[in-house]
Design a protein around this ligand. Structure first.
Ligand SMILES: [Mg+2]
Length: 271
C-alpha cells in the first residue's frame, strides 16, 4: 500500500524541547521502515525556514510552505514543467505572488489609513523580538513567497472593514497566535489534495493519506485525509476533528510523532 503522510511542524512534529535534527531522524525512520510512504511537511513557515529543517533529513520530504501557498521538492522527487529552481530545490506557487499582496496592502493603507505593521515593514531585529526567533531565523522568516504576517494596530471595527476590503481583492486573513496572515485563498488541505492528485496522475500511485496536526489551520487537511492524527495543544486539549479515523497522539514532538505514525502504518501493514 502507498501512503502520503502530510504533517504540520510546530506543535506536531516539532516541540520546543527537541532540536530539528531529531525531527529529521523521525522522518527518516518512517521512510526507512515504510519505503512506500511519502512524507510532506506542511507549515506556515517560509521555504527558507523549511529547507533548513529538511536538510536534517536523509530522505526527501516534500515541503508545503506558508499554509499551502506553494510546494518545494528536491529536483529528483517530482517532475513539474514550469517550476522555479531555488538551489537544489524546485518550487511551485499556487497563489498570488508576495509582491502583489504587498501592493494590495499598501494601496489599502493609503486609501483608508489602516494602521498595521507587516514583516516587510519590520527589520529582522523587530521580527526576532516579536517572535522570539534568533536573528538568522527571523531573516529566513522574512523571506516570504505568498503570505504577509501583520500586527493590527487599529480597532476591531477597522479590522472587520480591512478583512472585507481584502476579500474584494480575493485575499483572506488567517488569524494565528501572534500575527494575522494575509494571503490567497489556500490552505494545507488543498495542498494535500493537489499532491495526492499529482502522485495519482504523474506516477499512477493511489496513495492513502494521513494528516498530522494540532491547530485550526490543520483542520481542513485533517478532515480530508483518510486518517487523521491529532496532537495536543500546550494546554493538553485536542482539536475536534470530523474524521471517522482519528487517532490522538500522546504529546507533540518527534518521539510521539514517530510512535503515532508508526502505529498507524504498522497496523495497516499487518491487516
Ligand atoms: Mg501547529
Amino acid at each position: 500500500m502507498n501512503w502520503l503522510i502530510v504533517t504540520d511542524l510546530d506543535g506536531t512534529l516539532l516541540d520546543d524541547r527537541y532540536p530539528n535534527r531529531k525531527a529529521g531522524a523521525a522522518i527518516d525512520a518512517v521512510s526507512a521502515a515504510h519505503p512506500d510512504a511519502r512524507v510532506a511537511l506542511a507549515s506556515s513557515k517560509t521555504p527558507a525556514e523549511m529547507i533548513e529543517l529538511a536538510e536534517h533529513c536523509g530522505s526527501d520530504p516534500i515541503l508545503i510552505f506558508e499554509n499551502g501557498t506553494g510546494m518545494l521538492w528536491r529536483e529528483h522527487v517530482l517532475c513539474r514543467p514550469g517550476s522555479e529552481k531555488t538551489g537544489n530545490w524546485e518550487l511551485e506557487r499556487f497563489g498570488k505572488p508576495y509582491g502583489e499582496i504587498l501592493s494590495a496592502l499598501a494601496a489599502l493603507r493609503m486609501k483608508a489609513g489602516y494602521t498595521f505593521r507587516g514583516f516587510s515593514d519590520m527589520t529582522p531585529c523587530e521580527v526576532a523580538s516579536r517572535t522570539g526567533l534568533s536573528l538568522s531565523a527571523a531573516e529566513k522568516a522574512r523571506m516570504r513567497v505568498g503570505t504577509e504576517p501583520i500586527v493590527w494596530e487599529g480597532d476591531a471595527e477597522a479590522f472587520a472593514e480591512f478583512i472585507a476590503s481584502l476579500a474584494e481583492l480575493d485575499l483572506k486573513v488567517v488569524s494565528g497566535g501572534r500575527f494575522h496572515h494575509v494571503g490567497s485563498h489556500l490552505n494545507k488541505g488543498q495542498a494535500l489534495g493537489k499532491l495526492w492528485r499529482l502522485l495519482r496522475f504523474q506516477f499512477g500511485i493511489h496513495a492513502r493519506t494521513i494528516a498530522c496536526g494540532d491547530a485550526p489551520n490543520d483542520l481542513d487537511m485533517l478532515e480530508r485525509a483518510d486518517h487523521a492524527i491529532v496532537f495536543p495543544s500546550s494546554d493538553g486539549e485536542y482539536l475536534r476533528v470530523d474524521n471517522p479515523s482519528t487517532a490522538h497522539a500522546a504529546s507533540s514532538g518527534p518521539g510521539a510523532w514517530l510512535n503515532a505514525v508508526s502505529e498507524l502504518l504498522d497496523h495497516h501493514q499487518a491487516a
